[in-house]
Write a protein that binds this ligand. Structure first.
Ligand SMILES: [Zn+2]
Ligand SMILES: [Zn+2]
Length: 277
């Protein structure tokens, strides 16, 4: 019999393909399941061209893993026409539920900004043709609003009209940034950095985001939440993000887990499971 009180979490953003998981990926996934992580989205950026099917491979191996495909803004300089064509082919695979992560990263500037913008627009056009929502990565340069401005401008111009929406992943901005994303039809996903002592701005925004528009994620292996900070992150730790959100919203960790899981299944029109009351 199913225990209705069993916790349920969805990790809406995980990089399980990396070498950090090479030695013990199977155990990491088992631990996630034991912690109540019912579904994981394996982000399919990999290291760029040549590994953009990394999420799909995991999704084909595990029934409860879904995948994305896309070129990360870091690798925008590698996005040739052939690469974009390959992405369009990969996007047709059955367990691909979103295109991403795509967007702008002005913090690291691993690719020139004009190229990041061009490749972002190209991928929004391809995602629209593929009828897939997008997963947005947006990171401004230190102390600036620059990437937020450019990102929301490009989304308004090239995406909002699609009606497909998407996820603003690993939210790091202020409430006005979140509000803008919500107005553009996006879900806002919180990661482990919401638990960091200095992240008051993220916690303030999280108090305002409507409960039915939020998701949780790990972005593992990066950004392990307190009390695991500095260690390798893994899907089981998504619980700490739920705990922090629950504290902010006067709800239990399990209630946030359940609520954000429902939001996820609803947004992607996936089946809810027997664990839902
Ligand atoms: Zn990201
Ligand atoms: Zn990521």
């Amino acid at each position: 019999m199913t225990d209705a009180r069993r916790p349920v979490f969805v990790d809406s953003h995980a990089h399980l393909d990396g070498e950090q998981f090479q030695a013990d990926r199977e155990q990491v996934i088992v631990r996630a399941r034991e912690a109540g992580v019912e579904t994981i989205v394996a982000i399919g950026n990999g290291d760029g061209p040549g590994s953009m099917d990394c999420g799909i491979k995991l999704a084909e191996q595990y029934e409860f893993i879904y995948a994305t495909v896309g070129i990360h803004p870091h690798e925008a300089r590698l996005a040739t026409d052939a690469v974009l064509t390959e992405l369009t082919q990969l996007a047709k695979r059955p367990k691909v539920i979103a295109w991403g992560e795509i967007g702008l990263d002005y913090f690291y500037d691993h690719s020139p900004r004009d190229l990041q913008q061009q490749v972002f627009v190209n991928q929004m056009e391809l995602a629209r043709a593929a009828k897939l929502p997008i997963v947005i990565h947006c990171r401004p340069s230190d102390g600036s609003d620059d990437a937020w401005q450019d990102c929301s401008g490009l989304i308004s111009a090239y995406w909002a009209g699609s009606g497909l929406g998407g996820i603003l992943h690993c939210f790091t901005g202020t409430w006005p940034h979140a509000k803008r994303a919500l107005d553009l039809g996006f879900m806002v996903s919180f990661a482990g950095n919401i638990t960091f002592p200095k992240a008051q701005q993220i916690r303030d925004a999280a108090k305002e985001v409507p409960l039915d528009r939020m998701l949780i994620e790990t972005d593992c292996p990066y950004l392990a939440p307190v009390p695991y900070r500095g260690k390798r992150n893994e899907p089981a730790f998504v619980r700490e993000t739920a705990r922090q959100l629950g504290e902010l919203r006067g709800l239990s960790t399990e209630e946030i887990g359940m609520k954000t899981a429902k939001n996820f299944y609803h947004f992607f029109s996936l089946h809810e499971t027997a664990n839902f009351i």
